[in-house]
Write a protein that binds this ligand. Structure first.
Ligand code: SF4
Length: 704
């Protein structure tokens, strides 16, 4: 018998909610005018009435073509996917899982989640993997996004909270250094804070290989060579020390390890750093003095510095700088990092990661295991050990002793993973690829089973934005018949496996359990409730009890290390895994553009966004293009050691002569991640999305 479909309430005329996309989580009102859904901006503390074009078009996603409303199944290799019933789909999945468990053990099942999943779904997926499937192998796509920043923040400050202050502190900063961040395109409403900061006389410095729309607004643009961020950070610290800009009382009272960092940067004098980074020595000195002489200052990083094979070192070079200047924990000052995905912050707190339990607890810590096991009503021994991080999990797909079945929820790794063509081959080796999605993403198209699930406005749940503010997206729209929520799907599979009691399907009930599981952890949500979120414009974690007002600025008194002091780290610049050579003479770097979000699985289906930016392109400097006989709009091939992509050339003065840029939102021939390097940072395991050696050729030239 088929399972019942989700029974949605009638559509409400207006619902105050949040955007389906990035970590700014702009407040918006979803309204129905009698004919269709539309979006109105809302005066929420983060966006203060602003939305970007993705947000304005968010309602279009609800009626976008290609919505899945029935499960799809592929009966055998080479067979096409066909529609089926929920009963057949779940039976197929569970039968295969049981067979795999019998033959290969529970760790042959893998789970890959997404940073867009609500806190409730992320939490439940971690529990589901470990208690229902009984596997240790779960990780998520935040490994590709925030992992370096997370490790560096843990090491420097003792906790990973992207921004340890609210966005409203930014206008008070006398100087801001953005490292590898382009919020003018990725989070346009955020720019109002920098506009205000500049209006008050503050200075904005941007370090980026491209003259992005953000860099174009800067007082000083440090156009560094891709992969040289750590050298730049060390160079800035060298000048700060040499010119006596550092805050010695702060260093003495609030930090440890300054001498190690000082010795490590002793050889990073400006002329040498200019040779490494390409940034003029005078600009390095000016940047350091601007930050060091400001009464308040911020250093903020993002994926440009972090998605590298030395991403952790890159970030630590800048936490060192911020600490030496006495910034973290001070008013209108600090170090922070911009989280990218909608719930990238919450998604990395509650158990989606390979080594983690809810509340930033650790699977390797006995006390942490005991706490969570008690909340879950199981013995501590029932919890598996830490599993494989994403890259290693993907490497193990189809391997002897590796992963035989993979369940993907809220992710599209066929477009977003590095060296993506190789991943496609590995996915094809699986005995079972299962994907939950609202649309047939590129990953879903390869699956043995696709389960159609609710999307943002059709479900309730909380997300934690880039500030550490927990907020609530509300259900506004009835889901189409035939569609279920991810929580309901987990419940069906759990019941079929005889473990249904572990899974709750009502989001608020899941959140109540999450509160208990996270209580006492670093990311403590014990005092946060749906009601408080509603009445207080969101609540900042940690929030340890209902009497606790939440924590906007966690480092004011002390850092979260055992002794309360932040840590310096000795960082040395090391080149990226691949540097240009005769065969591949350019740096290829990748990133986001204003019209699309992540793998484009949603935004490429929104007509107004797809129409504005329908296909991939590669940015090339006009002088470089001239030498290669490439004109603006020419079809070109971008080639790396992983493969080739075909797209149009877009000539721009805003990029370095030695650098190419491709957006990573597109699939097919223009897929940037066909080209990227899967070399990873040794600690965070983040792949080197931002640096690959490449060449570019006119497509026609290949056929001469
Ligand atoms: S995509 Fe991000 S910046 Fe744009 S409206 Fe949505 S939350 Fe705001």
């Amino acid at each position: 018998m088929d399972a019942p479909t989700l029974a949605g309430p009638p559509a409400l005329p207006e619902t105050e909610t949040h955007c389906p996309y990035c970590a700014l989580q702009c407040g918006m009102t979803l309204a129905h005018d009698g004919a269709s859904w539309g979006v109105k901006a809302r005066d929420f503390p983060t966006n203060r009435g602003g939305l970007c074009r993705k947000g304005w078009a968010a309602a279009e996603l609800l009626s976008a073509p290609g919505r899945l409303t029935a499960p799809l199944i592929r009966s055998g290799p080479g067979e096409p996917q066909r529609e089926t019933t929920w009963a057949e789909a779940i039976d197929f999945v569970v039968t295969r899982m049981r067979a795999l468990i019998r033959s290969y053990g529970r760790d042959s099942l893998g789970v890959f989640g997404g940073g867009g999943l609500t806190n409730e779904k992320a939490y439940m997926l971690g529990k589901f993997a470990r208690l229902v499937l009984g596997t240790k192998n779960i990780d998520y796509n935040g490994r590709y996004c925030m992992a370096s920043a997370a490790v560096a923040a843990q090491r420097a400050f003792g906790v990973d909270r992207g921004l340890p202050f609210p966005l409203s502190d930014i206008p008070g900063a006398g100087a801001v250094l953005l490292v590898g961040a382009n919020p003018a395109e990725t989070m346009p409403p955020l720019m109002q804070y920098f506009d205000e900061q500049k209006k008050r006389g503050g200075k904005l410095i941007v370090a980026d290989p491209r003259k992005t729309p953000t860099a174009a607004l800067a007082d000083l643009h440090l156009q560094l060579t891709p992969g040289t961020d750590a050298a730049l950070g060390n160079g800035l610290l060298f000048v700060a020390i040499r010119d006596k800009l550092i805050d010695e009382p702060y260093i003495a009272e609030r930090t440890r390890g300054f001498d190690f960092a000082k010795r490590a940067v002793a050889s990073y004098w400006p002329d040498r750093v200019e040779r490494i980074t390409g940034v003029p020595a005078a600009d390095i000195v000016l940047a350091a003095r601007t930050l060091g002489n400001a009464t308040s200052a911020m250093v903020l990083s993002a994926r440009g510095a972090e998605q590298q094979s030395h991403g952790v070192d890159n970030v630590l070079a800048f936490t060192n700088l911020a600490l030496a200047l006495g910034l973290p924990g001070r008013q209108y000052s600090g170090f922070g990092t911009f989280t990218g995905q909608g719930n990238g912050q919450g998604g990395r707190e509650h158990g989606l990661k390979a080594d983690q339990l809810p509340g930033y607890r650790k699977l390797s810590n006995a006390a942490d295991r005991a706490h969570v096991a008690a909340v879950w009503g199981v013995a501590e021994d029932d919890l598996p050990p830490p599993g494989l991080p994403a890259g290693e999990l993907f490497d193990a797909l189809g391997e002897r002793g590796g992963i035989r079945a993979l369940w993907v929820m809220g992710a599209n790794p066929v477009v977003s993973a590095p060296k993506a063509a190789a991943l496609e081959e590995r996915l094809a080796r699986l005995d079972l690829l299962l994907v939950n999605d609202s649309f047939l993403s590129e990953t879903a198209a390869l699956a043995d089973v696709v389960l159609p699930v609710t999307q943002w406005a059709e479900e309730d749940g909380t997300l934690t934005n880039l500030e550490g503010r927990v907020l609530r997206r509300k259900r506004a729209v009835a889901a189409p018949a035939g569609v279920k929520s991810d929580l309901e799907v987990m419940k069906l599979v759990a019941e079929a496996l005889g473990r249904g009691h572990h899974v709750e399907t009502e989001p608020q009930a899941v959140f109540e359990e999450l509160r208990r599981a996270s209580a006492g952890g670093k990311a403590d949500y014990a005092g946060i409730s749906y009601e408080r979120i509603e009445h207080e414009h969101g609540v900042f974690w940690p929030c340890r009890s209902e009497a606790d007002r939440g924590t906007e600025r966690p480092f004011t008194e002390r850092f979260w290390t055992p002794d309360g002091r932040a840590r310096f780290h000795a960082v040395q610049y090391r080149p990226p895994a691949e540097e240009p050579d005769d065969q591949f003479p350019f740096y290829l770097t990748t990133g986001r553009i204003v019209t699309h979000y992540q793998s484009g699985a949603q935004t490429r289906r929104v007509a107004s966004l797809a129409g504005a930016e329908p296909e991939a392109f590669v940015e090339i400097h006009p002088s470089t293009a001239l030498g290669l006989g490439i004109a603006d709009g020419d079809l070109v091939h971008v080639i790396t050691r992983r493969g080739r992509a075909e797209c149009k050339a877009r000539l721009t003065q805003g990029i370095r002569l030695d650098t190419l840029f491709m957006p990573f939102h597109f699939s097919g021939a223009g897929r940037a991640n066909t080209l990227t390097n899967d070399a990873v940072d040794p600690v965070s395991k983040i792949p080197e999305f931002k640096v690959a050696a490449a060449r570019v050729e006119r497509a026609a030239a290949l056929h001469l």
